[in-house]
Design a protein around this ligand. Structure first.
Ligand code: SAH
Length: 259
């Protein structure tokens, strides 16, 4: 029976798609990829005989009509999305019409750009006794934030914040974090086109100067903003170590060698 697969393509590097996603592309009769953040995975892994289309000029109705139409002609139809389909990917809007049309579908997760951005900069999003929580969010643009999710309120937790879709709204990010009590010299990381071969840009700064630094680097799209008390920890004189590798800590696979 035909199936539409919503496949996470990963953040840009075609090698960061999952093995399963790659296999589905290789057997796809039709592929619709999200063109706003074009990735090469579709053309690299889909057979030359498959129909490959960019969705950048399509409305939601066009997209779902196309997927339904293709599912009536091919066993495997792939909707390729950037990063993970479950984050800012309009997945629910797309699958409801498929349900109504009786078309089977499933999701294959992908490497989110939040994770690829941390990886690019050699940072971790969690650090023992510093922050153990990651908030994936955005600031309000044309899409308003639900009550209680204003950046200022979330930033009050002082955890790691991965801020999507907001690089043109850096001034709002600055304002919200300052209002939440983050110091002006708090480290901020911006990564543009994380993992894209030859195109990735990493900008480090502080809450105060990150906007100027991004402006100097001409970064105004396709970028992740990470604010975190764990940024730069590899250069700190001292850090708390994870219990997982602590010699005095037993767990299922290892007995403590020190008390
Ligand atoms: N589903 C995607 C997010 C889509 S929303 C994911 O899981 O990554 C689009 C936003 O994601 C962009 O505005 C940007 O903030 C971020 N983004 C996507 N690809 C990126 C990349 N390669 N590097 C940095 N940020 C990226």
């Amino acid at each position: 029976m035909a199936k539409v697969w919503f496949v996470g393509a990963g953040p840009g590097d075609p090698e960061l798609i999952t093995v399963k996603g790659q296999r589905l592309l290789a057997q796809a009769g039709a592929v619709l990829y999200a063109g706003s953040l074009v990735n090469q995975a579709a053309t690299l892994y889909a057979p030359a005989s498959s129909l490959i289309r960019d969705s950048k000029d399509m409305t939601l109705d066009d997209i779902t009509a196309w997927l339904i139409d293709q599912a009536r002609q091919h066993d495997t139809v792939v909707r390729l999305q950037t990063g993970d389909p479950g984050l800012y990917g309009a997945l629910t809007e797309m699958v409801r019409p498929l349900d109504q049309a009786g078309i089977d579908w499933a999701v294959v997760p992908g490497v989110s750009s939040a994770l690829a951005s941390a990886a690019a900069a050699g940072e971790t999003l969690t650090l023992p006794e510093v922050t153990q929580t990651v908030i994936l969010t955005r600031v309000a643009g044309r899409t308003p934030m639900p009550p209680g999710e204003e950046l200022e309120a979330l930033a009050a937790h002082r955890t790691t914040l991965c801020i999507f879709l907001s690089i043109t709204l850096l001034a709002d990010v600055q304002k919200a974090l300052l209002a939440a009590g983050w110091p002006a010299d708090a480290p901020i990381l911006v990564v543009q086109k994380a993992s894209w071969p030859g195109e990735e840009k990493i900008v480090r700064g502080t809450l105060q100067d990150i906007r100027d630094r991004c402006r100097a680097e001409k970064i105004n799209s396709q970028a992740m903003i990470i604010a975190s008390p764990a940024l730069g920890a590899r250069h700190w004189p001292e850090i708390r170590h994870s219990k997982l590798y602590d010699a005095g800590f037993s767990h299922r696979f290892r007995k403590a060698t020190q008390s």
